[in-house]
Design a protein around this ligand. Structure first.
Ligand SMILES: Nc1ncnc2c1ncn2[C@@H]1O[C@H](COP(=O)(O)OP(=O)(O)OP(=O)(O)O)[C@@H](O)[C@H]1O
Length: 381
């Protein structure tokens, strides 16, 4: 009996080690959330008792966790009676967990500036609003996540935060574990938006220092875990937020989005040139809203042409290294409608012209890796 019990217990433990917390994205066993697990094989049916300690009482995903545990245990011990209970971690247990999540540090720190970080950081910028910077960010993020990379998005576009809508997380609220904030998990990526922390959609009323403080807090208090890529959607132009990001995330590389119009290109050049002052690298130019492909196969240049290539050339000359044009995304009405539906075009309509252009850029970014020294490896370009 004892051997069978031990074997069933091991199977149950093994099954629980594969149940992932939906917000922290780590196994429950690793997070210390399995408070009790026992198997009584002397009963018929076999009885499995399990208590899961939730991180906070108001855990919004507690039903999902219960369902996943139930499923895992009933598969591991078929026919067993599963008695599942939930408790809540004590403040001391939570403190220990937070320290573990911060990699042994007992105070919040910015993980993206640590020597050993392997996260590649891209700040998506544009000279002016409405060029599609947010749509591009959402699609690059969803595309990278669809390729199996661990992706985080910070929506720092205080004047037009739109990532929750574009990624289908409208109305979702991040869970707080004391001072630690857990990003919303959507499209297989982790998202935090300034829009999730304001009432009445009005952060524009905040003053610069308040905004900068809020963004700074995102880097220390939001638990992203190990990310391959972090994408930031910055407000258009070269304001306080861009400066704060440059100070707090010096390793962030810029992706400059422009339309093919020459006027937009000139404004975008200023945003890109800011990199000379901040010391950030401009990783590439993305031209958006380029020629629309008509049903008969002809093209229509609604917003002019050549802006992306010309911006890449100008930035290369100003910055003294090659700034590539990573791609041109055509005007594609599907890009707008999928964005409104919260279903990024790269995954929801991959055959569309817009998605193909975006996915070609995603492929280039997916190959780039961050070097351990905290600097981009020259070979990655
Ligand atoms: N390639 C495209 N084809 C068709 N519509 C597009 C394309 N790119 C963006 N759009 C649409 O253009 C509008 C502006 O896009 P978006 O909000 O992404 O721009 P933005 O640069 O982030 O603006 P802001 O900085 O003001 O927030 C949206 O309605 C979006 O759906």
């Amino acid at each position: 009996m004892a051997t069978r019990e031990t074997e069933l217990l091991e199977r149950a433990q093994d099954a629980l080690s594969r149940v992932i917390d939906p917000e922290l994205r780590k196994p429950l066993t690793e997070l210390g959330m399995v408070e009790h697990l026992s198997v009584d094989a002397s009963q018929d049916p076999v009885v499995v008792d399990c208590t899961v300690a939730l991180t906070i009482a108001a855990c919004p995903r507690k039903d999902d966790i219960a369902a996943d545990v139930q499923q895992a245990l009933s598969t591991a011990v078929p026919g067993a009676q599963i008695n599942l209970a939930q408790s809540v971690m004590t403040p001391a247990q939570r403190e220990k967990l937070k320290e573990q999540l911060r990699g042994g540090k007992n105070k919040p720190t910015n993980p993206f500036t640590q020597e050993d970080t392997l996260t590649k950081i891209y700040a998506v910028v544009s000279g002016k609003g409405g060029v599609g910077k947010s749509s591009v960010t959402a699609n690059l993020a969803a595309g990278l996540a669809a390729r199996g990379l661990s992706v985080g998005v910070i929506d720092a576009d205080v004047f037009g935060f739109s990532q929750p809508r574009l990624l289908g997380a409208l109305g979702e609220v991040p869970t707080r574990m004391d001072e630690m904030i857990l990003p919303v998990v959507v499209q297989d990526l982790k998202l935090i938006s300034i829009g999730m922390f304001v009432q009445d959609n009005a952060p524009v009323a905040w003053r610069g220092p308040m905004l900068s403080r809020a963004i700074r807090q995102f880097f220390t208090d939001v638990y992203f875990g190990d990310l391959d890529v972090l994408l930031l959607d910055l407000p258009p132009g070269t304001g306080d937020i861009a400066i704060t990001v440059a100070q707090e995330l010096p390793a962030a590389e810029l992706l400059v989005v422009t339309t093919p119009q020459q006027a937009a290109t000139e404004v975008a050049e200023r945003a890109g040139s800011l990199a000379t002052m901040t010391g950030q690298r401009v990783s590439g130019v993305i031209e958006n809203m380029s020629a629309m492909v008509m049903p008969d196969g002809s093209t229509l240049e609604i917003f002019g042409s050549g802006g992306g290539a010309s911006l890449a050339e100008k930035l290369s000359a100003t910055l003294g290294y090659e700034v590539p044009l990573l791609g041109s995304i055509p005007v594609d009405p599907l890009l707008g409608s999928t964005g409104d539906a919260g279903d990024p075009i790269v995954t929801s309509a991959p055959q569309s012209v817009g998605a193909q252009a975006l996915n070609a850029i995603v492929d280039q970014l997916a190959q780039r890796k961050r070097g351990l020294a905290g600097k981009s490896l020259p070979l990655s370009f």
